[in-house]
Write a protein that binds this ligand. Sequence first.
Ligand code: FES
Length: 267
Amino acid sequence: MADALVQLTRRRFGETMRRDAWWVQPVVVFIILTAFIVYATWAAFQNAHYEFGPYLSPFYSPVLFGDSAHSWFGPKPGWWPGFLPFSPALIILPFPGLFRVTCYYYRGAYYKAFWADPPACTVGEPRKTYLGERTLPLVLQNVHRYLLYIALVFLVILASDVWKALWFVDPATGVKEFGMGVGTLILATNTVLLALYTLGCHSLRHIVGGYLDRLAGRPVRKAAYDCTSCLNRWHPKWAWFSLFSVAFADIYVRLCSMGIWHDVRIF
Ligand code: FES
């Protein structure tokens, strides 16, 4: 059998034979993720305008400590470091934030957009070595499975926020009455999109079906596996939709609280 000798040459950074606009996707990802990080960081440090009526911004939920009526354990704790401005969001936002940072889909997107590693498929990258995710620091991405457990708890809390957003205090009587506002729908949509994103997580597929050689004869596990696999097919879309919805939910509550936007009661 004849052997063919193929000479492999390393492409220079950005060199490619592709003729399509391969650079558009990483540039768009870079712009959107940068804008989200800047806005979320700014919003997290505000410690203000994160609630309006029965609505609570998802950036601040749950309020573990703080002056809000939503606070679980009372006001700012004594152990809070003096050099750091206090905000309830700073306690909880790292968990959903790290959940997204370690998400398998986002990793593929921001490795390209922020590190050009590579900038796109079959496009030359700026480094000559490949370290993969088996050494520090990227081996830490494996905590994703544990962050998933926390994200699932957050989903339950956000669902309870939607329930609370259905109860409005009557200013005349001070009694809570059942109702629905535009803000309720925005919080509910956000929670649904976050659920579609979280429940389609690759790690959840492994947890649900990964330990078994076969799913036959296990109808509940099979149904759960099929469900999460189905959601997983749209995982990138849910990732982006839920990123927009969580930011918009915070913006909506913030602007209503500031009196710039006015919430409309549907009933
Ligand atoms: Fe994306 Fe787990 S892989 S959330």
